[in-house]
Design a binder for this molecule. Sequence first.
Ligand SMILES: [Zn+2]
Length: 216
Amino acid sequence: MILEEARRSVAAYGRKLIEARLTRGTGGNLSCYDRRQDLWALSPSGLDYFSIKAEDVVVLDGEGHVVDGLERPSSEWELHLEVYRRRPDVAAVVHTHSPFATVLACLGWEIPAVHYLVGFSGMKVAVAPYATFGTAELARSTATALGDDGAVLMAHHGLLAVGSDLVRAFNVAEEIEFVAEIYWRAKAVGGAPLLSETQMKAALERFRDYGPRPKV
Ligand SMILES: [Zn+2]
């Protein structure tokens, strides 16, 4: 089986998406890219995460053509490919409908520096404008709003997180969902004082020195 390790990872992290409550049902999708072979592994369309086996994970080439896999690729395949085209540093993409990030996305609120862990994205988490799911327009607008950051909210839709591998992309999705919850709760009791630019830059420096990186 080609890209076997990547396909096993996509299947395993799909189950983790449900277990970590980052998505529900068949929502969301995830992929990882093997730059050396110019092939990538993407979760299949509309399949229960706990029933996805490695051979169900779809393999595509750098043009978005299906190379292998028993199932249809996720309807958001163009979203993943657009990010890979623009970000050579990215080798994994996780798209979730996690509840707190999605609330903010529906409100059209970007996530500012309310907590230093927003550094998993950058100085903030921007909001990409709404477009119909599964379209090239959504792929373009989301990749543009993502820019060089680690995550972006998708208006009236959800969250996109990226990383140099699936471990990091998943971690970004988890941490940004946490910051989204903190921001929502702080706003609910009438406040959300922010860290200054200087404080955030100092935090980003520490991220570079210790453990997880703020950006991929
Ligand atoms: Zn979605």
